[in-house]
Design a protein around this ligand. Structure first.
Ligand SMILES: N[C@@H](CCC(=O)N[C@@H](CS)C(=O)NCC(=O)O)C(=O)O
Length: 218
């Protein structure tokens, strides 16, 4: 193997899902090291990762942390992670950056807990404002760039889709009111073979990794 990809456990680690999708889309041959997360800082993550966070990638001498940097590294090896046209590529980078930098209210109110369905939980004015902006992004991107396939930029599931995959997971868990375009996009992302594989691996994680803090949300 050409390196290692450090991840948090799949049930909860939304940023790890992004990094893992990038690495798998680029076809990097790396060992996966899954670290069960604690509430607060996880000592085993702090020990291995330069910024104390996962995902963290070591590949052929490169050390890459931050999911967006992992996306760019992977796109150097497989340029199809970003769409081909200049305008589409600019838009993809803009929405991926907006995701990386923002939507804190949504992320805090609706943590990713794969395998749960808790409709209506987590809705407050701030999280609903984030959802409104995200659905605007999905709708606008699909309309302008999405012809020819079910993903944001059409046929190819790329880095922008990977950045938003954990948001799709949250929409499926918390089921806020969504229009048909967004519902169809969510279904397409959930059905993507890599996303399906992540859910499968999450479901196989040991019960000892469950955290009361998340599991008690109802
Ligand atoms: N900005 C970072 C965020 C990464 C992040 O917050 N990861 C969480 C897990 S989803 C983490 O490592 N938390 C620290 C811990 O659990 O100790 C990125 O884009 O990769």
């Amino acid at each position: 193997m050409a390196g290692k990809l450090f991840l948090g456990n799949r049930r909860y680690s939304s940023w790890s899902l992004r990094g893992w999708l990038m690495v798998r889309l680029a076809g990097l041959e790396v060992d996966e090291v899954v670290i069960p997360m604690s509430v607060g800082k996880t000592a085993a993550i702090t020990e291995v990762s330069p910024n104390g966070l996962v995902p963290y990638l070591e590949h052929e001498g490169a050390r890459v942390w931050e999911s967006l940097a992992i996306a760019e590294y992977c796109a150097e090896l497989n340029p199809a992670l970003w769409p081909a046209g200049r305008l589409a590529r600019a838009h993809a980078r803009a929405i991926a950056s907006e995701m990386h930098a923002g939507f804190r209210a949504l992320r805090q109110a609706m943590p990713m807990i794969l395998g749960r369905t808790i409709p209506g939980v987590g809705q407050n004015p701030e999280s609903l404002a984030d959802i409104a902006r995200i659905t605007q992004i999905f709708g606008n991107t699909r309309t302008v760039f999405g012809a020819g396939g079910p993903y944001l930029f059409g046929e190819v599931f790329g880095a922008a889709d990977a950045m938003f995959a954990p948001v799709v997971a949250r929409f499926l868990i918390y089921q806020p009111e969504l229009g048909p375009v967004v519902r169809d996009y969510c279904a397409a992302v959930r059905a993507h073979p890599l996303v399906a594989k992540w859910y499968e691996l999450a479901a196989a994680e040991p019960d000892a990794w469950l955290l009361e803090r998340y599991e008690s949300i109802a």
